[in-house]
Design a protein. Sequence first.
Length: 154
Amino acid sequence: MEKFEILDIAGDVGLKAFGESKQEVFVHAALGMYSLITNTDILIDQKSITVSVESHALDGLLVSWLNELIFHFDAYGFIGKRIVVAEFTPSLTLPPQGGGMGGDEAFRLKATVYGEEFDPERHEGKLLIKAATYHRLKIEKKDHVWETEIIFDI
């Protein structure tokens, strides 16, 4: 099974990622996104960062996850090559938004991303991704394979 494929969309760029689980499709979406930024084959595991995101919806978790990785690239120049998920909680209870009694269903992802700082002298610059978007966002299971389609602002 392929991990991801690039979608050509007028004015933006998209990605379709595949996985045997929700967790795996999130990892493949991130690796696919990194491949849009540079050639990830030459990256090395020189440094690692820990990323943790939560959302009240699975699609929101994916967008938050990818946007957090984009932030680490924009702010610190960090680009990943390998991802190890420490926690992928498909449903948990968080305190309700706005306070009050009870809790809201939520999703959590915590992972360590291994890679290095982007070096324009060593790394080919491809696309400058501004953000992952909700436009045409899908996460679904098709024939025992999880699939997501996401569009990025460039």
